[in-house]
Design a protein around this ligand. Structure first.
Ligand code: NAD
Ligand code: UDP
Length: 338
């Protein structure tokens, strides 16, 4: 049996993707988790175990540590060689990346270089990378051929890694970059979701207001050129995002079996934009969300929405879940954590 190595597998997107991946192909592949716990906690493994009914192998390893990383590849070489990598591990706080660009380049870029180095040494040539919509300039219905124009060091690290992957793919192998828009929500059972130490993003902040831990939401600006003046984003349900990974990995598997070289990049979004006040109104159907308009947040853009057509045409994937479900599952999750 071959292995799939999931870096950052205890994080928000990684953990939920693992449960979906296990359901889809867990019978045929061994799933190995690697995480340094810098933004997650070890109890997530128990939650994953309780959902899938099997305890997966976990390595508490930092991808910046090439020696330890190699040990993991070596350990499985004879029995369950690592033939696929889903690379989630990264730091992702935009503000922190502005404060400390070196930390972000070190963790995200150097860490990925290490991982790709090990992959090369151990002849693993199937790589699925978590990229981001932050690689683009703001816009509506942004397609994959839009030029890279990141506005912060976090986004820059994604661009640098995408360039590296593109160059590497010319030597052969199979590489996919998925550019996520705004993942939100949680699993239906409320067991897995996003639990940041300090809520910065919209949904985690609203969740804290919803359960009374924070008094009100501060809406960052209401004079953008949008229908109600507040910023518009393409929110995508985390289960849709997890399913996109299953589809993408299956594409890699198919191409690997045929020994075809492959390189592509896809937007993972819904193609629908919602403003901050649209979200507040929808969430307020479940529980009142008090808010106050305040100054714009530095570096924010008015609108960023995906054109998801290429993903639909070439991968056959479309997001199925709407805003009502995103809010319901988010509220269900945070209530269950109280
Ligand atoms: P997360 O912080 O919940 O998960 C990332 C995981 O990686 C964490 O468990 C963390 O401990 C681990 N990690 C970080 N650096 C590591 C290192 N050096 N070695 C080993 N493990 C390390 O974040 P997430 O939201 O699940 O994001 C997953 C991926 O998706 C990231 O690459 C992120 O940049 C990308 N992404 C996220 C969003 C979003 O809004 N959540 C949007 C676009 C792209
Ligand atoms: N936002 C807000 N108040 C908050 C957090 C976010 O008004 O406390 C707005 C933000 O200005 C943006 C949208 O919500 O228009 C989504 O922000 P988030 O940080 O979730 O995602 P990103 O800006 O990275 O797309």
């Amino acid at each position: 049996m071959q292995s799939i190595l999931v870096t950052g597998g205890l994080g928000y997107i990684g953990s939920i993707t693992i449960t979906e991946l296990y359901k889809a192909i867990g019978k045929y592949y061994k799933i190995i988790i690697l995480d340094n716990l810098s933004n997650s906690n070890i109890q997530v493994l128990d939650t994953i175990t309780s959902i899938i009914g099997e305890k997966l192998d976990l390595y508490i390893v930092d991808i910046q540590n090439q020696t330890e990383l190699k040990e993991v590849f070596k350990k499985y070489k004879e029995t369950n060689p690592i033939n696929y990598i889903i690379h989630f591990a990264a730091l992702k706080a935009v503000g922190e990346s502005v404060e400390n660009p070196i930390k972000y380049y070190q963790n995200n870029v150097v860490g990925t270089l290490n991982l790709l180095n090990c992959a090369e040494e151990y002849k693993c040539q199937n790589f699925l990378f978590s990229s981001s919509a932050t690689v683009y300039a703001p816009g509506e219905f942004v397609d994959e051929e839009a030029p890279f124009k990141p506005s912060n060091p976090y986004g820059e690290t994604k661009v640098v890694i995408e360039y590296l992957i593109r160059s590497l793919s010319k030597k052969g192998g199979r590489y996919l970059c998925l550019r996520y828009f705004n993942p939100v929500g949680a699993t239906k059972d409320g067991k897995l979701g996003e639990m940041p130490n300090k809520p910065n993003n919209l949904f985690p902040y609203i969740e804290q207001v919803a359960i009374g831990n924070l008094q009100q939401l501060y809406v960052f600006g209401n004079d953008y050129n949008t229908h109600d003046g507040t910023g518009i984003r393409d929110y995508i349900h985390i289960l849709d995002l997890a399913e996109a990974h299953v589809v993408a990995l299956q594409e890699l598997i198919k191409r690997d079996e045929k020994k075809e070289n492959y390189y592509d990049y896809f937007n993972i979004g819904t193609g629908k934009g919602f403003s901050v006040l649209d979200i507040v109104n929808e969430y307020s159907k479940l529980v009142p969300i008090k808010y106050q308009i305040t100054d714009k947040r530095a570096g924010d853009v008015a609108i960023l929405v995906a054109n998801p057509n290429k993903t639909k045409e070439k991968l056959g994937w479309v997001a199925k879940r709407g805003l009502t479900e995103m809010c319901q599952d988010s509220y269900n999750f945070i209530k269950s954590k109280q």
